[in-house]
Ligand binder design. Structure first.
Ligand SMILES: NC(=O)c1ccc[n+]([C@@H]2O[C@H](COP(=O)([O-])OP(=O)(O)OC[C@H]3O[C@@H](n4cnc5c(N)ncnc54)[C@H](OP(=O)(O)O)[C@@H]3O)[C@@H](O)[C@H]2O)c1
Length: 371
């Protein structure tokens, strides 16, 4: 239950990269600017690797909004800080397992960037540790908590459109592969480089929302996955990947998904097709600002008799909505979010394992810590 005083969640942030910056900038915003009055975020510590306390200090000066935030030259000091309730992990994918495990073993709740881990076995291990220690764990699938996404879900499930049949979704971005170092996290296989683990979570979040979460699916997991990868000759990681995910236990539905790191994103963003109409979600699909619903005159006709467009704007980058969710869950003693819980993160990692298996993308020896 929300009390009169907002619940304050005290964050420790590990890493000072691009996404850690976005997260911290959103956390230090006044929550009232987005209509949030029941929770507040306080960033109390930021840690950078390799005894690089200067990097953490510079990060705090640049993005800490003048607040008093402790700078550390190691992640371990953030985990050990008694003032920290929850750790935000913004390191490359293949570091997530060890970082999250260390946070949990230190008794902290964890919000971990996507992709949650290198593989599903690592995630299963983390989830069992979180449960054993009675701690909250969530993958940072921020799109799931944005107001637009909540409204798409409401319309998708209110009944007029019927059951979903086909979903198309793409997220691509030209990372200029020829001109970035091979050690860049998008190219280095030791950091889980490639399009799939970085961009793939976003086509999947719409798949989970529109197909897996649809009441007619009755929470049935995917029945099959088929995939194909194109690798870059630079380091051998996937530059373009496409995959389909079928849900045929109770629905007769299919997601057709793609991601690429050598072209801009596809114009169609995400389109969910129903017998009675379509929901067309704008680009970029990680943070769309509008969606359109088309209604047909009769099931399967394709004749649009009504079209409604909705737009969404807010103060901040959009990462604060996931932070609010974490704060509410921890306040309420939950170990996982109802909106993006453990089963959904596992669905993603199981799918990615299968896509990599079919695509012949094996991470280098020693990268995966659990099999
Ligand atoms: N939610 C989103 O919208 C979103 C967007 C982009 C990325 N991401 C996810 O966030 C993670 C980080 O992405 P990013 O774009 O922020 O990457 P980035 O700018 O390269 O930052 C990663 C940071 O991780 C730390 N780090 C720890 N071990 C590292 C290693 N072995 N190599 C390189 N850096 C290491 C470094 O910080 P220190 O040196 O300070 O320790 C580095 O600055 C990825 O898992 C990615 O999928 C999420």
């Amino acid at each position: 239950m929300a009390s009169a005083q907002p619940f304050v969640l005290r964050w420790g942030v590990i890493s000072t990269g691009r996404i850690a910056m976005e997260f911290v900038k959103d956390c230090v915003l006044d929550p009232k600017t987005r209509g949030t009055t029941d929770v507040v975020h306080k960033v109390v510590a930021v840690g950078s690797r390799h005894a690089n306390v200067q990097k953490a200090k510079e990060f705090i000066t640049a993005y800490g909004n003048g607040e008093h935030i402790k700078a550390y030259g190691t992640y371990e000091e953030v985990f050990a800080d008694k003032d920290v309730d929850a750790i935000y992990i913004g390191t490359p994918h293949t570091q997530h397992y060890e970082n999250a495990l260390a946070g949990l073993l230190a008794g902290k709740h964890v919000l971990c960037e996507k992709a949650a881990t290198s593989n599903a076995a690592e995630l299963r291990r983390l989830l069992s540790v979180a449960k054993e220690k009675n701690l909250f764990f969530m993958e940072a699938m921020w799109t799931r908590f944005q107001p637009l996404t909540l409204e798409v879900k409401r319309i998708a499930e209110e009944g007029t459109l019927g059951d979903p049949v086909v979903l198309h979704a793409d997220l691509s971005h030209d990372f200029d592969l020829e001109n970035i170092p091979k050690s860049h996290r998008m190219l280095d296989p030791r950091l889980g480089g490639g399009a799939l683990l970085d961009l793939g979570p976003y086509p999947m979040i719409w798949t989970v929302l529109a197909l897996y979460e649809h009441p007619s699916n009755q929470k049935a997991p995917p029945t099959s996955v088929s995939a194909s990868m194109v690798k870059t000759p630079i380091t051998g990681v996937d530059s373009s990947t496409s995959w389909t995910v079928n849900f045929t236990s109770t629905l007769r539905a299919q997601a057709i998904l793609s991601c690429s790191m050598t072209v801009p994103t596809a114009h169609f963003g995400a389109t969910i097709r129903y017998r009675n109409g379509n929901i067309i979600i704008g680009t970029p699909i990680f943070k769309p600002t509008s969606f359109t619903v088309q209604y047909f005159d009769s099931p399967g006709s394709g004749v649009i008799v009504r079209e409604e467009k909705r737009s969404f704007h807010y103060v901040g980058g959009g990462w604060h909505y996931e932070a609010d969710e974490v704060a509410r869950c921890i306040r309420d003693g939950k170990l996982e979010s109802d909106l993006w819980g453990h089963a959904k993160s596992l669905l993603l990692m199981d799918t990615f394992d299968e896509v990599r298996r079919q695509g012949g993308y094996k991470l280098p020896d020693g990268v995966e810590k659990v099999f």
